[in-house]
Design a protein around this ligand. Structure first.
Ligand code: TTP
Ligand code: MG
Length: 407
């Protein structure tokens, strides 16, 4: 039986929340992100503002120039987080197979649910109605046999839309669309494809996978499957995620060498960060653990000013704690570890409001992507290179002395 996957995404999310709070803003060009004379970018633009060419990521100064009559709002993240939680709670009422993708979007596996609602189409209408009635927000929904087609369908249906792609029609639905509509195709890939005369997803679907592999490596094969509407990825729900994530290792020989301690800490931070991001979560608390030769163990903890999932933020907190300990005590260390706790599911998009944090996030994602394809060792940060001489290295990263930690 073909799966039925829904992709649900709220329209102009941050702006719409502001409009619920202040109905005078309805029907007007509204921008959330800050004043137009400030550094920074548009986080969200109302559809009225988009008519003037405004869009997320555009510098606020440009937005102010293109649409001086727009209403510029700073925004309030706690409100968006609350709205997001209420939105996800509504979705969870409809199916337990819920995978939140960010604050305002989620996948829902609704295979077999037609018997309850009459049809999947009626089920989608019921979801839209509840979101509208209870939150005052518009949800656009795409329905298909897999995630990729469902996502493009919801995107295409906006605003206040609903598109259902019947099983077997995925290819035909994709065929006329420009390649840039396919998630995963950024500006560079689009440029290469255009150079090859491939402008539509339909054209892309007809290129032999071997040819795409030649141009894009492993990603080429993914492109081929996606362009053909084939996407087997499951809807992954994490109802009972762990409360903390940590990695630690024991040195073959006790060490007081600061560079070695920091390099190991950096590596462990990357492993923790990568695990955290796989779960689409972020952490508010970082803990450093040290064990000395005589087995006395200490832990030091720091709360982050803002939740984060980047290796840099985890390492920065960990190394700060390490420096403090080392300033007081220089005993040889037997074991070092780092952990994160106080985990939350959502909120990553908060960082998007700050361009430098967003760039870091994008870089981290790119590194995760490459490591997923080519192994953890495919990319090494400057600091961990030092570990080459200490730990044996494999495709999947350094082999630490505690086997279960080398995952
Ligand atoms: P999106 O769903 O990408 O955008 P949107 O909801 O504003 O508009 P639509 O879905 O109708 O196209 O992102 C959801 C929220 O995430 C958005 O309202 C604000 C925030 N966000 C940022 O802060 N920075 C960004 O660059 C993007 C794309 C979104
Ligand atoms: Mg949205």
């Amino acid at each position: 039986m073909a799966r039925r996957i829904m992709h649900i995404d709220l329209d102009a999310f941050f702006v719409s929340v502001e409009q619920v709070e202040n109905p005078e803003l309805k029907g007007k060009p509204v921008v959330v992100g800050g004043r137009p004379d400030r550094r920074g970018v548009v986080a969200a633009a109302s559809y009225e503002a988009r008519a003037f060419g405004l869009h997320a990521g555009m510098p606020l100064t440009t937005a102010g120039r293109l649409c001086p009559q727009a209403i510029f709002i700073e925004g309030s993240f706690p409100r968006y987080r609350r709205a997001s939680q209420e939105f996800m709670a509504i979705l969870a009422d409809f199916s337990p197979y819920l995978e939140p993708m960010g604050l305002d979007e989620a996948y829902l596996d609704v295979t077999g649910f037609e018997s309850i609602y009459g049809s999947i189409h009626l089920m989608a209408l019921a979801i839209k109605k509840r979101v509208k009635d209870e939150l005052g927000l518009c949800a656009s929904i795409g329905i298909a046999s897999g995630k990729i087609v469902a996502k493009v369908a919801s995107d295409l249906s906006k605003p206040d839309g609903l598109i259902e792609v019947a099983p077997g029609n995925e290819r035909a639905f994709f065929a006329p669309l420009p390649v840039a509509k396919l998630p995963g195709i950024g500006r560079k890939t689009e440029h290469v494809l255009k150079g090859l005369g491939i402008n539509t997803i339909g054209k892309l679907a007809s290129v032999p996978p071997g040819t795409l592999r030649g141009y894009f490596g492993v990603f080429g094969e993914v492109l081929h499957r996606y362009a053909n509407g084939v996407d087997e990825r499951r809807v992954e729900s994490f109802p009972t995620g762990a409360k903390s994530i940590s990695r630690e290792t024991t040195f073959a020989e006790d060490t007081g060498n600061k560079s070695q301690l920091k390099a190991t800490l950096r590596y462990l931070s990357e492993r923790v960060g990568s695990h955290l991001r796989r779960q689409d979560r972020e952490a508010r608390c970082v803990t450093l653990k040290l064990r000395y030769a005589d087995f006395t163990t200490i832990t030091r903890r720091q709360t982050l000013r803002q939740g984060s999932s980047t290796d840099q933020a985890i390492f920065a907190a960990g190394v700060g704690l390490l420096e403090k300990v080392l300033a007081q005590e220089r005993r040889p260390v037997r074991l070092i570890g780092i952990g994160v706790s106080n985990l939350t599911e959502l909120g990553r998009q908060l960082d998007m409001l700050d361009p430098s944090a967003r760039r870091l996030e994008q870089l981290t994602r790119a590194i995760d992507h490459i490591r997923k394809k080519y192994g953890f060792a495919a990319i090494q940060t400057g600091r961990t290179l030092l570990l080459k001489d200490i730990f044996p290295s494999g495709d999947n990263g350094y082999t630490l002395n505690t086997p279960s930690l080398s995952r």
